[in-house]
Design a protein around this ligand. Structure first.
Ligand code: FAD
Length: 299
């Protein structure tokens, strides 16, 4: 008898989860429920995004500070260069340091008007690499940066995009988290190209569990992420079947993670969109178990 494709995964993958800052009390509740659900899986860290143009400055800060205060999970704050002077960025970073936050996901960011061109603030940072340098001078933060397996839309070429990545890592970042993608081969090719460029820090795949296919199509257009035909086909006819859609979504993402794992990947970063179920199910299939259960099993 053939055993399950997921049989025997030892649960040694390291995971992290990304959230966005909630806008309303109800969203805050949903976010907090998700954090409480996912926390027993012992993520290495959870991160909270920073809205375009710094629009969520306060909300991001409050969310990250609450995680740092009320949980034992290391919290990471995303921070961008958009519309901010170097002094303003230093102020935000100092507030994080004082709140006990030790990890920043440093990004250039996109302009608030979607599709517009990024213009650096005259007294600000012009790129994520400059931001990393600036943050390093302020405090000994752990710093993560972004990476683009399908090349950033503004990059002159795939190679120049990797050169930029190298600059950010050389400036003091310790890992890169990738934009989402839907074919493991996309990640493996990128990993090879990054290794060929002499980049050693870990490249962590960003996993987007897709449950709203239409929304992902819109996002993918902006990020330049290819949506495979087979995926469109798998979501066809499920618009009015939310539960079936969730099951299909979990199957697709879990299978991608399993193939990444088989290819040697041991770190996964999940774009949770503030919902726990899909990420939890995928981690479970990867062999992750809540810490209490793992301890009980060992006893
Ligand atoms: P950079 O690394 O500075 O640049 C990205 C690429 O653009 C470079 O690799 C290079 O190829 C090209 N490029 C940039 N400047 C130049 C130049 N001068 N000349 C030639 N090429 C250039 N956005 C948010 O607003 N908030 C968030 O919280 C957020 N979180 C993210 C988390 C992850 C894991 C990822 C992958 C992205 C996130 N983003 C976020 C999106 C990000 O801000 C955008 O993709 C933005 O367009 C680029 O930011 P960066 O930090 O990658 O920029």
């Amino acid at each position: 008898l053939a055993s399950s494709l997921f049989a025997g995964l030892p649960g040694d993958a390291e995971i992290s989860f990304e959230f966005f800052p909630p806008k309303t009390e109800k969203m805050e509740e949903q976010l907090w429920d998700s954090i409480v659900t996912l926390a027993p899986l012992s993520p290495r860290f959870v991160s909270v995004t920073y809205g375009a143009g710094g629009s969520t400055r306060e909300r991001t800060h409050n969310t990250v500070a609450r995680i740092a205060k009320e949980t034992s999970i290391p919290a990471a704050a995303h921070l961008t260069c958009v519309d901010a002077t170097r002094d303003e960025i230093a102020e935000v970073a100092n507030a994080y340091w004082n709140a006990g936050v030790r990890h920043i996901v440093a990004l250039r960011g996109d302009p608030p008007n979607a599709g517009g061109k990024f213009e650096p603030h005259p007294q600000g940072y012009a790129s994520a690499a400059e931001l990393v340098e600036g943050l390093r001078k302020l405090h000994p933060f752990e710093i993560s940066v972004s990476a683009y397996p399908e090349t950033h839309p503004e990059a002159a070429s795939a190679q120049s995009d990797i050169d930029f990545l190298k600059r950010k890592l050389d400036a003091g970042a310790s890992r890169a988290i990738t934009q989402f993608f839907f074919e493991p081969e996309t990640f493996f090719r990128f990993r090879d190209a990054v290794a060929a460029a002499g980049i050693e820090p870990e490249i962590v795949p960003g996993i987007m569990p897709v449950s709203n296919f239409a929304a992902i199509q819109r996002m993918s257009k902006m990020t330049g992420t290819a949506i495979p035909d087979w995926m469109a086909h798998l979501f066809e006819g499920l618009d009015d079947h939310p539960s079936a859609r969730q099951l299909v979504a979990a199957t697709i993402s879990a299978e991608m993670c399993r193939r990444l794992y088989a290819g040697g990947v041991r770190q996964f970063h999940f774009y949770t969109l503030n919902r726990a179920e899909l990420s939890y199910a995928i981690c479970h299939l990867l062999g992750k178990r809540p810490v209490e259960t793992a301890r009980e099993a060992a006893a």
